[in-house]
Each structure stands twice: as C-alpha cells, then as structure tokens.
Design a protein around this ligand. Structure first.
Ligand code: ZN
Ligand code: ZN
Length: 362
C-alpha cells in the first residue's frame, strides 16, 4: 500500500491556505495519527506550508521513529511539550497566524497560547482534519473491514454461550475475550450488554443483572484494527420470542434494511435518518426511536458524518457509517440492529454480514 500521508498533509495545507493560516497546531491524537501514523498518547503536531513537526516525549522515542517514517520531523521533549512548542515555532520563519483545534484544546492549554505563545496570533478552527477523515481510502477501508471481521468472529463464538443465569458483565467478558482472541487491539467503547428491561436503555453498560428466559439480549460492541473501529449491535431473544417481541424486532429489522439499502452519495444525513424514522413512525413506534440513525466510523468510533434529523450536509462517496435504528420501551425492553456500511458512487455496501433475522437462543 502506498504512503497516503503526503496526500493528507497536502490536502490539509490547501485547507490552511483557504483559511488564511500559516500553520495548524494539531492536538487531537486521532488527527495526529491520521496525518503522521503516530499512535502514542502524548503529542503535539505543527503543520505549516512546508514543515511538519511532531513533539512527543521519551516514552515514545523508539515507536515514533518506526511509525512516522518521513512524514514529519520529530522532537523528543524531556520537560513539557509546550516548552518545546515555543522553541519550534520560534524556529519556523514566516509563521504568524496559527490555527488551533477549538474542539480539542483544553482551556488550560488555550491559556498557554495566550500567555507563553502571545507573540503568535491564534485562530480557532473546527474540523480541518476531521473533514479530510470523512472519506476513507482503500487502506482505511481494509482496516475497518478487518475490525468488522474480528467483531463478527467474536460474536459467532459468543452466541452459543449465551444462557439464562449469566450476568451481563459475564457476557461482556466472554465477548471481549473473543474480541481479543480475534486480534482486536482494544475496545472502541465499553461493551454494551443490556438484557430484559435494560435493553430499553440505548447506552446501557453491562450490569450485574442476571439473564432470564424470555429476555431480549442486546450486544453493542466493536473491535479495533490498526486504530480503526467497527461498531455492531445485534439483539437476541433468550428462549421463544413473544408476539410483541417479534413485531418490534421485525420493525427494527425492516427499518435497518430499508435505510442501508437506500443510502446514496449526495443524500443528506437528515434524509438518510428519515428513511428509518418514517418507517418506524408509520408502524406506530415513532416516539420509541429517540436517537439518530447513525454516525461515521474510522479512527474514532463516533466521527463525521452524522445521520441525524438536523444534518443538512450531503453524504460523500467513500464514507463508512453505521445504520442503527432502534425501538426502546421503558420497562419492557428494546431492540437495536446496527450495521457498518461503506458508501460509494456504486451505492451502499453493508460490511457486516452477521445475520439480522430474529435469533431465538435455545
Ligand atoms: Zn454501537
Ligand atoms: Zn454506533
């Protein structure tokens, strides 16, 4: 695979020129990783029209050389990255107006810019790098597909072990162990296991609740491959499903397949969301779908674009988004079915292959 970093830096430099900035201070670690390949937990990156300088600390001296290649020059700071930053900026000629990432800079660090960094003029920016990250290249798509495969392998190993008497945390442990066995580097978010009435909580964490026959069991989890995330939800029934459970499950499954199949380049996030929402509404459960339809995935598990009621921007070719309609009824339970979908000019391609049909666990 060819090195994509020069093209990413070049696209960022075009954006800096359009924003009339001499440089950008990148403090978001996923953005640092996207631009340079560095995956450590402490870094500041300065990008100018000609230079790209990464500051990190002694712990990463070996790793940073391996990961960066020629994408940036490296400074290992023995005290504070900020002390190093002032020295680096002073050495860069012609740099006056510098953007900072207003979504990712702590107020404490902003105060540093105004105090020790007062000789430069600081401008807030939003999403300069995030905008570039929306469209995935072939290498990024391959990483996401690997993360999807890991998650599905883990799920296939976990499903036969689900039974009444296990706690939700025990189920999370089984699933996470299989995610690790499948090669997942870490967990993109705390694995959600929500059973019985708790499946009505869209963002439940696994609890000490014991699974009972007749429960919905909702699993929402993901894997990480080369920094890229997958994000999948499946909902099962422990034992035989009731008529009401079947009905609700069927609506969510239909909403999922309609939205996944209808996704098109140029469609607004709002229009995509409406496909699932209008269907659920027409089936009488509009009030019970209280979150948005989906979100981009990549180096972060929630990133642009969003598929939501208020999003008017059109979907670009090359994005990977989740499609995750749900119905939640307090005290009764809930169903969510979440797939990962790659969108290109050829249409949508659902990356998740795990069956969506109602699965009654015996
Ligand atoms: Zn999820
Ligand atoms: Zn999600």
């Amino acid at each position: 695979m060819s090195d994509t970093r020069p093209a990413r830096l070049s696209a960022l430099r075009d954006a800096l020129a359009r924003a009339n900035l001499d440089a950008l201070l990148v403090s978001s670690l996923p953005n640092v990783r996207y631009l340079t390949g560095f995956s450590g937990s402490n870094a500041l990156l300065v990008v100018t029209a000609k230079e790209c300088v990464l500051l990190t600390d002694f712990r990463y001296a070996t790793q940073v050389q391996e990961e960066l290649g020629a994408s940036a020059s490296v400074r290992i700071e023995s005290t504070s990255l900020w002390t190093g930053l002032w020295a680096q900026l002073a050495a860069l000629n012609g740099v006056e107006r510098i953007g900072f990432e207003s979504m990712h800079l702590l107020h404490r660090d902003f105060a540093r810019l105004l105090a020790q960094g007062a000789r430069w003029s600081w401008r807030p920016t939003t999403d300069l790098v995030e905008t570039l990250r929306v469209v995935k290249d072939a290498g990024e798509l391959a990483h996401i597909e690997r993360a999807v495969a890991m998650a599905e392998t883990a799920l296939r190993h976990t499903v036969p072990m689900l039974r009444a008497g296990l706690t939700e945390t025990a189920v999370a442990g089984i699933l996470e162990r299989h995610l690790r066995d499948a090669g997942s580097e870490e967990f993109p978010f705390a694995t959600i296991v929500a059973s019985g009435p708790r499946s009505a909580l869209p963002h439940a964490r696994a609890s000490d609740r014991v699974l009972e026959t007749g429960d919905f069991v909702l699993l929402d989890f993901g894997a990480v491959a080369a920094g890229y995330c997958s994000d999948i939800t499946r909902t099962f029934v422990l034992g035989r499903a009731s008529g009401e459970q079947r009905e609700v499950y069927d609506i969510v499954q239909q909403a999922n397949s309609r939205a996944s199949g209808a996704l098109r380049v140029g469609m607004t996030g709002m229009a995509a969301d409406a496909i699932a929402r209008d269907y659920i509404d027409a089936r009488g459960f509009g009030e019970a779908f209280g979150h948005s339809l989906g979100h981009g995935i990549g180096l972060e598990v929630h990133e642009a674009p969003r598929l939501a009621r208020i999003v008017e921007s059109p979907l670009a070719a090359g994005t990977v988004v989740t499609i995750e309609p749900g119905i939640y009824r307090a005290g009764w339970g809930g169903v969510r079915i979440e797939d990962d979908v790659f969108l290109s000019d050829a249409g949508p391609r659902v990356l998740t292959g795990f069956p969506r049909a109602l699965h009654e666990l015996s």
